[in-house]
Design a protein around this ligand. Structure first.
Ligand code: COA
Length: 384
């Protein structure tokens, strides 16, 4: 039985900050952001939109009534939780109208959480072939105004339906994971923004890829030549490329050129969105599948997941015949093209005007979905 990604969709908020404008405001050469980091735009969310509204917008359009009847597990991977105890997946389960006899929970391990969800889903479907699992990666990636990480922020969600006989990507049981206790990025309870050792996080990411990729080759006997494309967790678009090149530079120029061309296709969306934290790897996958003109059925795609702290994992999947028909290229390009460009003042206002959940309040945000009020600390969303 084949198990894998049957449906996949993303959502980003309808506001962005232009990275050239941000560079000017921070007295930085714009080429540092545009070329050195590799970002041209950055998605920004207002306080009335959170991981639940991103997740709703990513998941709802792709789910049929049959899917909602078959889903018996809802997993949200996030590091932007809105509650220390109750899982956002429970709210999502209700708002999506999924049948009641389901498990719903959240997974946390920095940007790796959704990959843990995907791997858990694979095992669950193998034991229960008729069921489907909804895995959503949803985050608001914020480092704070004038911080070192400011140009690597972003916001949004990727939703994936994992099932037997998937229409997009069959996932192989070839996964290699790696755990290392390193403080490269962490957010102690009560801290609004993470604490980051930027250079250490870059170095650990690259070294982690080297370790899991070497182990993967030993265990499977596969090499770069067996892959049509490699996708990466993309906190900023230069990051995955640096990691891939640290190993790929040993290969022939032709192989380097081919995999670098696919890498460029995989970062088209991330370049305009920024870091989605848990969703970034899967946004790269969507971008690759929608932007590449050369991929075909049975091609092997590599996926490298990295969560600071740290957990890294490399695994692969095989494209299914007709996968193109299950993507939404035009819709996704429209979402990115039709966003509002924030001025610096508006962007900074979005950051300083934070949501105070201990005060009852009513909001006016017409975006479906958004927070309409806070009552007794509980967020109330507009619903269909
Ligand atoms: N033109 C072109 N490139 C330029 C440039 C210019 N004018 N100025 C700087 N650069 C390049 C640098 O050479 C560097 O490239 P390199 O890494 O290939 O050498 C890149 O831009 C970044 O410059 P750097 O000085 O390292 O940036 P920084 O000290 O501001 O830190 C991050 C960058 C990513 C570490 C920081 O934004 C951060 O901490 N982000 C959050 C953590 C993160 O995303 N970690 C990734 C792993 S999860």
């Amino acid at each position: 039985m084949h198990v894998g990604i049957d449906k996949i969709n993303f959502f980003v908020p309808s506001y962005f900050m232009d990275m050239t404008d941000l560079a000017h405001a921070r007295n930085v050469d714009p080429n540092k952001f545009l070329i050195g980091i590799g970002q041209s735009q950055m998605a920004v969310a207002p306080k009335t939109q959170d991981i639940i509204t991103f997740a709703m917008n990513a998941a709802l359009p792709m789910l049929s009534p049959e899917d909602k009847a078959a889903i018996d597990m809802v997993i949200v991977g996030t590091e932007s939780s809105i509650d220390e105890s109750k899982a956002s997946a429970i709210v999502l389960h209700r708002m999506l109208g999924i049948q009641p006899f389901a498990r719903s929970f959240e997974i946390k391990e920095a940007c790796y959480g959704a990959t843990a969800g995907v791997q858990l889903a694979l095992g669950h479907i193998q034991r229960n072939p008729k069921s489907k699992v909804l895995v959503v990666a949803s985050d608001n990636a914020r480092y704070g105004l004038n911080s070192g990480g400011e140009p690597t922020q972003g916001a949004g969600a990727v939703a994936m339906l994992i099932s037997a006989d998937p229409h997009i990507l069959r996932l192989h049981q070839d996964t290699v994971s790696l755990t290392q206790d390193i403080y490269d990025f962490w957010r102690p309870i009560g801290h609004e923004y993470p604490l980051v050792e930027g250079a250490l996080s870059n170095q650990t990411y690259i070294e982690s890829f080297g370790k899991v990729w070497t182990e993967y080759q030993t265990r499977t006997g596969l090499t770069f030549a067996d892959f049509a494309a490699m996708t990466f967790h993309v906190p900023y678009t230069k990051m995955g490329k640096k990691a891939m090149m640290s190993e790929l530079e040993k290969e022939t120029p032709e192989l380097q050129e081919r995999l670098l061309a696919r890498y460029e296709e995989s970062i088209v969306y991330s370049r305009r969105v920024g870091n989605l934290y848990t969703g970034s790897l899967y946004l790269s996958l969507i971008s690759l599948l929608e932007q590449s003109q050369v991929l075909k059925a049975a091609d092997r795609i590599g996926l490298f997941s990295y969560g600071s702290g740290t957990v890294a994992e490399f695994f692969s999947g095989e494209l299914v015949e007709g996968y193109e028909a299950h993507l939404a290229k035009e819709l996704h390009e429209d979402i990115l093209d039709n966003r509002y460009a924030l001025s610096l003042e508006e962007y900074e206002q979005f950051f300083t005007d934070t949501l105070l959940t201990d005060q009852d309040q009513v909001f006016e945000d017409s975006q479906l979905f958004s927070i309409q009020s806070i009552q007794n600390t509980i967020r109330h969303y507009n619903e269909l």
